[in-house]
Design a binder for this molecule. Structure first.
Ligand code: S3P
Length: 429
Protein backbone atom coordinates (compact mmCIF):
# COMPACT_ATOMS: atom_id res chain seq x y z
CA UNK A 1 0.00 0.00 0.00
CA UNK A 2 1.69 3.19 -1.20
CA UNK A 3 -0.87 5.68 -0.07
CA UNK A 4 -4.00 5.80 2.03
CA UNK A 5 -6.79 8.34 2.01
CA UNK A 6 -8.43 9.17 5.34
CA UNK A 7 -11.47 11.35 5.84
CA UNK A 8 -11.60 13.65 8.87
CA UNK A 9 -14.45 13.90 11.35
CA UNK A 10 -16.26 11.39 13.49
CA UNK A 11 -15.57 9.87 16.85
CA UNK A 12 -13.77 6.76 18.04
CA UNK A 13 -16.06 4.35 19.85
CA UNK A 14 -15.98 0.76 21.02
CA UNK A 15 -13.63 -1.83 22.44
CA UNK A 16 -10.30 -2.88 21.09
CA UNK A 17 -7.31 -5.03 21.98
CA UNK A 18 -3.92 -3.69 20.89
CA UNK A 19 -1.48 -5.96 19.08
CA UNK A 20 1.02 -7.86 21.24
CA UNK A 21 3.95 -5.89 22.63
CA UNK A 22 6.83 -5.53 20.17
CA UNK A 23 9.69 -5.17 22.69
CA UNK A 24 8.48 -8.15 24.74
CA UNK A 25 7.91 -10.31 21.64
CA UNK A 26 11.51 -9.69 20.46
CA UNK A 27 12.90 -10.60 23.87
CA UNK A 28 10.74 -13.72 24.22
CA UNK A 29 12.14 -15.04 20.92
CA UNK A 30 15.75 -14.16 21.80
CA UNK A 31 15.73 -15.60 25.32
CA UNK A 32 13.80 -18.72 24.25
CA UNK A 33 16.34 -19.32 21.48
CA UNK A 34 19.19 -19.09 24.00
CA UNK A 35 17.46 -21.40 26.48
CA UNK A 36 17.82 -25.18 26.64
CA UNK A 37 14.66 -27.05 25.68
CA UNK A 38 11.23 -25.98 24.54
CA UNK A 39 9.65 -22.61 25.05
CA UNK A 40 6.40 -21.20 23.83
CA UNK A 41 5.50 -17.60 23.14
CA UNK A 42 1.77 -16.97 23.28
CA UNK A 43 0.21 -13.83 21.81
CA UNK A 44 3.43 -13.23 19.83
CA UNK A 45 3.42 -10.09 17.64
CA UNK A 46 3.40 -11.22 14.00
CA UNK A 47 4.72 -8.00 12.49
CA UNK A 48 7.69 -7.16 10.28
CA UNK A 49 10.07 -6.19 13.10
CA UNK A 50 9.52 -9.21 15.31
CA UNK A 51 9.52 -11.57 12.33
CA UNK A 52 13.02 -10.22 11.55
CA UNK A 53 14.13 -11.55 14.93
CA UNK A 54 12.50 -14.93 14.19
CA UNK A 55 14.27 -15.26 10.83
CA UNK A 56 17.58 -14.15 12.38
CA UNK A 57 17.43 -16.95 14.97
CA UNK A 58 16.33 -19.47 12.34
CA UNK A 59 19.47 -18.58 10.38
CA UNK A 60 21.46 -19.23 13.58
CA UNK A 61 20.08 -22.78 13.70
CA UNK A 62 17.16 -22.39 16.12
CA UNK A 63 13.93 -24.26 15.27
CA UNK A 64 10.98 -21.91 15.53
CA UNK A 65 7.51 -23.09 14.56
CA UNK A 66 4.17 -21.31 14.38
CA UNK A 67 1.84 -22.84 16.94
CA UNK A 68 -1.79 -21.81 17.51
CA UNK A 69 -1.18 -18.11 16.91
CA UNK A 70 2.06 -18.18 18.91
CA UNK A 71 5.48 -19.74 18.56
CA UNK A 72 7.09 -22.98 19.66
CA UNK A 73 10.86 -22.57 20.00
CA UNK A 74 13.37 -25.37 20.48
CA UNK A 75 16.21 -23.44 22.07
CA UNK A 76 19.86 -24.36 21.64
CA UNK A 77 21.39 -23.04 24.85
CA UNK A 78 23.65 -19.99 24.91
CA UNK A 79 26.49 -21.86 23.14
CA UNK A 80 24.32 -23.83 20.70
CA UNK A 81 23.90 -21.29 17.91
CA UNK A 82 25.62 -22.01 14.59
CA UNK A 83 27.44 -19.68 12.22
CA UNK A 84 24.93 -18.25 9.73
CA UNK A 85 25.81 -18.85 6.07
CA UNK A 86 24.67 -15.41 4.92
CA UNK A 87 24.21 -11.86 6.08
CA UNK A 88 21.53 -11.56 8.79
CA UNK A 89 19.00 -9.03 7.52
CA UNK A 90 17.44 -7.17 10.46
CA UNK A 91 15.36 -5.11 7.98
CA UNK A 92 13.89 -2.09 9.88
CA UNK A 93 14.48 -3.44 13.37
CA UNK A 94 16.96 -1.68 15.65
CA UNK A 95 16.00 -4.00 18.50
CA UNK A 96 16.92 -7.07 16.42
CA UNK A 97 20.29 -5.64 15.42
CA UNK A 98 21.37 -4.22 18.77
CA UNK A 99 20.26 -7.13 20.97
CA UNK A 100 21.67 -9.66 18.51
CA UNK A 101 25.04 -7.86 18.46
CA UNK A 102 25.31 -8.63 22.20
CA UNK A 103 24.46 -12.30 21.70
CA UNK A 104 26.79 -12.74 18.72
CA UNK A 105 29.69 -11.11 20.58
CA UNK A 106 29.73 -14.13 22.89
CA UNK A 107 29.65 -16.70 20.08
CA UNK A 108 32.91 -17.89 18.56
CA UNK A 109 31.92 -17.53 14.90
CA UNK A 110 31.65 -14.90 12.21
CA UNK A 111 28.44 -13.06 11.47
CA UNK A 112 27.31 -9.94 9.63
CA UNK A 113 24.22 -7.90 10.54
CA UNK A 114 22.62 -5.52 8.07
CA UNK A 115 19.24 -3.94 7.46
CA UNK A 116 17.13 -1.63 5.30
CA UNK A 117 18.01 1.96 4.29
CA UNK A 118 16.65 3.34 7.58
CA UNK A 119 18.45 0.86 9.85
CA UNK A 120 21.73 1.34 7.94
CA UNK A 121 21.62 5.01 8.95
CA UNK A 122 21.09 4.36 12.67
CA UNK A 123 23.94 4.77 15.18
CA UNK A 124 25.71 1.55 16.17
CA UNK A 125 28.84 2.92 17.85
CA UNK A 126 26.79 2.79 21.04
CA UNK A 127 26.86 -1.05 20.94
CA UNK A 128 30.19 -1.49 19.15
CA UNK A 129 32.04 0.49 21.86
CA UNK A 130 31.03 -1.52 24.96
CA UNK A 131 31.02 -4.89 23.18
CA UNK A 132 34.59 -4.30 21.98
CA UNK A 133 35.59 -3.35 25.51
CA UNK A 134 34.24 -6.74 26.58
CA UNK A 135 36.57 -8.40 24.07
CA UNK A 136 34.43 -8.93 20.97
CA UNK A 137 35.87 -8.31 17.52
CA UNK A 138 33.17 -6.09 16.12
CA UNK A 139 33.33 -3.54 13.30
CA UNK A 140 30.84 -1.28 11.59
CA UNK A 141 30.72 0.85 8.45
CA UNK A 142 32.11 4.40 8.58
CA UNK A 143 34.45 3.91 11.54
CA UNK A 144 31.99 1.72 13.44
CA UNK A 145 29.23 4.29 13.24
CA UNK A 146 26.70 2.43 11.12
CA UNK A 147 25.61 -1.04 9.94
CA UNK A 148 26.52 -3.45 8.49
CA UNK A 149 28.20 -4.83 11.60
CA UNK A 150 30.73 -7.65 11.27
CA UNK A 151 31.29 -9.68 14.42
CA UNK A 152 33.67 -12.44 15.40
CA UNK A 153 32.62 -13.35 18.90
CA UNK A 154 34.70 -15.09 21.50
CA UNK A 155 35.69 -15.06 25.13
CA UNK A 156 34.28 -11.97 26.81
CA UNK A 157 35.34 -10.06 29.90
CA UNK A 158 32.74 -8.89 32.39
CA UNK A 159 32.60 -5.13 32.88
CA UNK A 160 30.83 -2.22 34.47
CA UNK A 161 29.38 0.05 31.87
CA UNK A 162 27.78 3.46 32.32
CA UNK A 163 25.48 4.22 29.39
CA UNK A 164 25.98 7.79 28.13
CA UNK A 165 22.34 7.87 26.91
CA UNK A 166 19.40 5.90 28.32
CA UNK A 167 18.69 3.08 25.87
CA UNK A 168 17.01 -0.25 26.56
CA UNK A 169 18.53 -1.68 23.39
CA UNK A 170 22.11 -0.89 24.38
CA UNK A 171 21.50 -1.93 28.00
CA UNK A 172 20.11 -5.25 26.75
CA UNK A 173 22.97 -5.82 24.29
CA UNK A 174 25.55 -5.46 27.08
CA UNK A 175 23.53 -7.64 29.48
CA UNK A 176 23.18 -10.37 26.83
CA UNK A 177 26.93 -10.25 26.19
CA UNK A 178 27.32 -10.45 29.99
CA UNK A 179 25.71 -13.91 29.89
CA UNK A 180 28.89 -15.07 28.11
CA UNK A 181 31.44 -13.30 30.33
CA UNK A 182 33.04 -14.68 33.45
CA UNK A 183 31.83 -12.76 36.51
CA UNK A 184 29.32 -9.95 36.82
CA UNK A 185 28.55 -7.43 34.12
CA UNK A 186 26.66 -4.34 35.16
CA UNK A 187 25.05 -1.52 33.22
CA UNK A 188 24.00 1.84 34.70
CA UNK A 189 21.88 4.36 32.86
CA UNK A 190 21.37 8.10 33.32
CA UNK A 191 17.56 7.76 33.14
CA UNK A 192 15.41 4.66 33.53
CA UNK A 193 14.65 3.02 30.16
CA UNK A 194 12.22 0.14 29.56
CA UNK A 195 13.05 -2.79 31.82
CA UNK A 196 11.63 -5.79 29.95
CA UNK A 197 15.03 -7.52 29.69
CA UNK A 198 15.75 -7.44 33.41
CA UNK A 199 12.18 -8.51 34.20
CA UNK A 200 12.15 -11.43 31.78
CA UNK A 201 15.70 -12.84 31.84
CA UNK A 202 15.47 -14.22 35.44
CA UNK A 203 12.39 -16.25 34.51
CA UNK A 204 14.64 -18.16 32.05
CA UNK A 205 17.16 -18.83 34.84
CA UNK A 206 19.61 -15.94 34.47
CA UNK A 207 20.95 -14.37 37.65
CA UNK A 208 20.02 -10.70 37.44
CA UNK A 209 20.15 -7.98 40.08
CA UNK A 210 18.59 -4.53 39.88
CA UNK A 211 19.60 -1.67 42.13
CA UNK A 212 18.28 1.78 41.30
CA UNK A 213 19.45 2.38 37.71
CA UNK A 214 22.05 -0.36 37.64
CA UNK A 215 21.35 -3.84 36.31
CA UNK A 216 23.79 -6.70 36.90
CA UNK A 217 23.93 -10.09 35.21
CA UNK A 218 26.07 -13.06 36.19
CA UNK A 219 27.89 -14.82 33.38
CA UNK A 220 27.81 -18.53 32.72
CA UNK A 221 24.24 -19.31 33.83
CA UNK A 222 22.30 -21.89 31.86
CA UNK A 223 18.93 -20.68 30.56
CA UNK A 224 15.91 -22.99 30.59
CA UNK A 225 12.91 -22.95 28.25
CA UNK A 226 9.63 -21.52 29.55
CA UNK A 227 6.28 -20.27 28.38
CA UNK A 228 5.80 -16.55 27.90
CA UNK A 229 2.53 -14.72 27.34
CA UNK A 230 2.97 -11.35 25.66
CA UNK A 231 0.70 -8.50 26.83
CA UNK A 232 -0.80 -5.90 24.47
CA UNK A 233 1.46 -3.07 23.34
CA UNK A 234 0.89 0.26 25.10
CA UNK A 235 2.76 2.02 22.29
CA UNK A 236 0.18 0.77 19.77
CA UNK A 237 -2.75 1.40 22.13
CA UNK A 238 -1.55 5.01 22.47
CA UNK A 239 -2.83 5.94 18.98
CA UNK A 240 -6.41 4.95 19.85
CA UNK A 241 -6.18 6.43 23.32
CA UNK A 242 -5.18 9.84 21.98
CA UNK A 243 -7.64 9.64 19.07
CA UNK A 244 -10.47 9.01 21.54
CA UNK A 245 -9.36 11.81 23.87
CA UNK A 246 -9.25 14.33 21.04
CA UNK A 247 -12.31 13.43 18.94
CA UNK A 248 -15.59 14.73 20.39
CA UNK A 249 -18.15 12.08 21.29
CA UNK A 250 -15.56 9.31 21.60
CA UNK A 251 -15.61 6.55 24.17
CA UNK A 252 -13.18 3.67 24.06
CA UNK A 253 -12.03 0.71 26.10
CA UNK A 254 -8.60 -0.69 25.27
CA UNK A 255 -8.25 -4.15 26.77
CA UNK A 256 -5.21 -6.22 27.75
CA UNK A 257 -2.67 -3.41 27.53
CA UNK A 258 0.76 -3.57 29.11
CA UNK A 259 1.16 -0.74 31.62
CA UNK A 260 4.77 -1.26 32.67
CA UNK A 261 5.67 2.12 34.24
CA UNK A 262 8.84 2.32 32.13
CA UNK A 263 6.54 2.52 29.08
CA UNK A 264 3.57 4.62 30.15
CA UNK A 265 5.04 8.11 30.55
CA UNK A 266 2.40 9.30 28.07
CA UNK A 267 -0.39 8.52 30.57
CA UNK A 268 1.12 10.94 33.09
CA UNK A 269 1.54 13.65 30.47
CA UNK A 270 -2.03 13.28 29.16
CA UNK A 271 -3.38 13.42 32.72
CA UNK A 272 -1.37 16.62 33.33
CA UNK A 273 -2.99 18.01 30.18
CA UNK A 274 -6.36 17.40 31.80
CA UNK A 275 -7.38 14.09 30.23
CA UNK A 276 -9.52 11.69 32.23
CA UNK A 277 -8.25 8.17 31.74
CA UNK A 278 -9.31 5.13 33.75
CA UNK A 279 -6.89 2.27 34.22
CA UNK A 280 -8.70 -0.75 35.67
CA UNK A 281 -8.72 -4.53 35.96
CA UNK A 282 -5.04 -4.59 36.90
CA UNK A 283 -3.32 -7.96 36.66
CA UNK A 284 0.06 -9.50 35.89
CA UNK A 285 0.99 -11.43 32.76
CA UNK A 286 4.42 -13.09 32.56
CA UNK A 287 5.84 -10.64 35.09
CA UNK A 288 4.44 -7.54 33.35
CA UNK A 289 1.59 -5.37 34.67
CA UNK A 290 -1.46 -5.36 32.40
CA UNK A 291 -4.77 -3.44 32.56
CA UNK A 292 -7.78 -2.25 30.59
CA UNK A 293 -7.71 1.46 29.76
CA UNK A 294 -10.78 3.54 29.05
CA UNK A 295 -11.45 7.17 28.28
CA UNK A 296 -13.93 9.61 26.78
CA UNK A 297 -13.25 12.37 24.32
CA UNK A 298 -13.98 16.04 24.29
CA UNK A 299 -12.46 17.31 27.58
CA UNK A 300 -10.45 20.47 26.90
CA UNK A 301 -6.71 19.85 27.21
CA UNK A 302 -4.05 22.33 28.27
CA UNK A 303 -0.41 22.64 27.21
CA UNK A 304 2.36 21.12 29.35
CA UNK A 305 6.16 20.88 29.41
CA UNK A 306 7.72 17.45 28.90
CA UNK A 307 11.39 16.57 29.45
CA UNK A 308 14.10 15.01 31.63
CA UNK A 309 13.43 11.60 33.14
CA UNK A 310 10.06 11.45 31.42
CA UNK A 311 11.47 11.25 27.88
CA UNK A 312 12.66 7.60 27.87
CA UNK A 313 9.31 6.57 29.40
CA UNK A 314 7.43 7.90 26.37
CA UNK A 315 10.14 7.70 23.71
CA UNK A 316 7.97 5.85 21.17
CA UNK A 317 4.89 7.94 21.96
CA UNK A 318 6.45 11.26 20.92
CA UNK A 319 4.75 11.37 17.47
CA UNK A 320 1.26 10.88 18.92
CA UNK A 321 2.02 13.27 21.79
CA UNK A 322 2.75 15.95 19.17
CA UNK A 323 -0.72 15.39 17.71
CA UNK A 324 -2.29 15.72 21.19
CA UNK A 325 -0.33 18.95 21.72
CA UNK A 326 -1.87 20.55 18.60
CA UNK A 327 -5.24 20.24 20.37
CA UNK A 328 -4.16 21.53 23.81
CA UNK A 329 -4.63 25.18 24.75
CA UNK A 330 -1.24 26.94 24.96
CA UNK A 331 2.33 26.03 24.02
CA UNK A 332 3.41 22.44 24.73
CA UNK A 333 7.15 22.14 24.98
CA UNK A 334 9.17 18.92 24.59
CA UNK A 335 12.84 19.16 25.67
CA UNK A 336 15.79 16.82 26.05
CA UNK A 337 14.48 14.49 23.35
CA UNK A 338 17.44 14.54 20.88
CA UNK A 339 17.35 10.69 20.75
CA UNK A 340 14.22 11.05 18.65
CA UNK A 341 16.39 12.24 15.77
CA UNK A 342 17.97 8.78 15.45
CA UNK A 343 14.88 6.56 15.51
CA UNK A 344 13.36 4.87 12.43
CA UNK A 345 13.26 8.44 11.06
CA UNK A 346 14.24 11.83 12.49
CA UNK A 347 10.96 12.00 14.40
CA UNK A 348 11.36 15.64 15.47
CA UNK A 349 11.90 16.82 11.91
CA UNK A 350 9.22 14.51 10.50
CA UNK A 351 6.47 15.52 12.95
CA UNK A 352 7.30 19.24 12.71
CA UNK A 353 7.22 19.18 8.89
CA UNK A 354 4.09 17.06 8.51
CA UNK A 355 1.98 18.66 11.25
CA UNK A 356 2.75 22.08 9.73
CA UNK A 357 1.11 20.82 6.54
CA UNK A 358 -2.08 20.28 8.60
CA UNK A 359 -1.82 23.93 9.74
CA UNK A 360 -0.19 23.41 13.16
CA UNK A 361 2.20 26.05 14.52
CA UNK A 362 5.49 24.42 15.50
CA UNK A 363 8.93 25.64 16.47
CA UNK A 364 11.67 23.02 16.10
CA UNK A 365 14.76 22.76 18.34
CA UNK A 366 17.69 20.33 18.23
CA UNK A 367 16.26 18.47 21.25
CA UNK A 368 12.52 18.90 20.84
CA UNK A 369 9.83 21.35 19.80
CA UNK A 370 7.19 23.84 20.87
CA UNK A 371 3.68 23.16 19.60
CA UNK A 372 1.05 25.86 19.80
CA UNK A 373 -2.56 24.83 20.30
CA UNK A 374 -5.37 24.67 19.80
CA UNK A 375 -4.99 24.39 16.03
CA UNK A 376 -7.75 23.78 13.51
CA UNK A 377 -6.23 21.01 11.38
CA UNK A 378 -6.91 20.84 7.64
CA UNK A 379 -6.64 17.71 5.49
CA UNK A 380 -3.47 17.60 3.36
CA UNK A 381 -0.90 15.29 1.73
CA UNK A 382 1.74 14.00 4.14
CA UNK A 383 4.71 11.63 4.20
CA UNK A 384 5.38 8.81 6.66
CA UNK A 385 9.16 8.72 5.98
CA UNK A 386 8.70 4.93 6.06
CA UNK A 387 8.31 5.22 9.85
CA UNK A 388 5.41 3.21 11.31
CA UNK A 389 4.82 5.51 14.27
CA UNK A 390 4.82 8.63 12.09
CA UNK A 391 2.23 7.03 9.75
CA UNK A 392 -0.07 6.10 12.67
CA UNK A 393 0.27 9.49 14.41
CA UNK A 394 -0.54 11.27 11.13
CA UNK A 395 -3.61 9.03 10.73
CA UNK A 396 -4.92 10.36 14.05
CA UNK A 397 -4.20 13.94 12.90
CA UNK A 398 -6.14 13.11 9.71
CA UNK A 399 -9.13 11.98 11.78
CA UNK A 400 -9.17 15.34 13.56
CA UNK A 401 -8.70 17.39 10.40
CA UNK A 402 -11.34 18.89 8.19
CA UNK A 403 -11.45 17.24 4.78
CA UNK A 404 -9.38 14.40 3.37
CA UNK A 405 -5.74 13.54 4.10
CA UNK A 406 -3.48 11.40 1.94
CA UNK A 407 -0.62 9.59 3.69
CA UNK A 408 2.14 8.40 1.37
CA UNK A 409 4.23 5.30 2.11
CA UNK A 410 1.47 4.17 4.46
CA UNK A 411 2.12 0.41 4.60
CA UNK A 412 5.04 0.83 7.05
CA UNK A 413 2.47 0.39 9.86
CA UNK A 414 3.08 -3.35 9.27
CA UNK A 415 6.37 -2.95 11.16
CA UNK A 416 4.52 -2.92 14.50
CA UNK A 417 0.78 -2.90 13.83
CA UNK A 418 -0.49 -4.89 10.83
CA UNK A 419 -4.19 -4.09 10.35
CA UNK A 420 -3.91 -0.61 11.90
CA UNK A 421 -5.99 1.19 9.24
CA UNK A 422 -8.73 -1.46 9.34
CA UNK A 423 -8.90 -1.17 13.14
CA UNK A 424 -9.06 2.64 12.95
CA UNK A 425 -11.86 2.39 10.40
CA UNK A 426 -13.74 -0.15 12.54
CA UNK A 427 -13.64 2.13 15.57
CA UNK A 428 -14.47 5.40 13.76
CA UNK A 429 -18.16 6.40 13.64
C1 S3P B 1 13.31 -0.61 22.38
C2 S3P B 1 13.98 0.44 22.95
C3 S3P B 1 13.83 1.85 22.51
C4 S3P B 1 12.59 2.02 21.64
C5 S3P B 1 12.45 0.94 20.61
C6 S3P B 1 12.36 -0.43 21.27
C7 S3P B 1 13.53 -1.97 22.92
O1 S3P B 1 14.97 2.20 21.75
O2 S3P B 1 12.59 3.29 21.02
O3 S3P B 1 11.30 1.15 19.83
O4 S3P B 1 12.74 -2.89 22.61
O5 S3P B 1 14.48 -2.14 23.69
P1 S3P B 1 16.33 2.77 22.43
O6 S3P B 1 16.95 1.68 23.21
O7 S3P B 1 17.19 3.19 21.27
O8 S3P B 1 15.89 3.94 23.26
Amino acid sequence: MDRIELRGGGSVRGECVPPPDKSISHRAVIFSSLAEGRSSVRNFLRAEDTLSTVSAFRSLGVEIEEQGGGLLIRGKGIYGLREPDGVIDCRNSGTTMRLLSGVLSGNAFFSVLSGDDSLRRRPMQRVVGPLRQMGAEIRGRDNDRYPPLAIRGGTLRAMRYALPVASAQVKSAVLLAGLYAEGETSVSEPHQSRDHTERMLPSFGAVVGVQARTVTVKGGAELHGRDTVVPGDFSSAAFFLVAALLADGSEIEIRNTGINPTRTGLLGVLKRMGAEITVGNLREVSGEPVADISCRGGNPLKAVTVGGDEIPLLIDEFPILCVAATQAEGVTSVKGAEELRVKESDRIKAMAAELRKFGAEIEEFPDGMNIKGKAALRGCEVLSYGDHRIAMALSVAALLAEGTTVIHDASCVDISFPGFYEELRRLTR
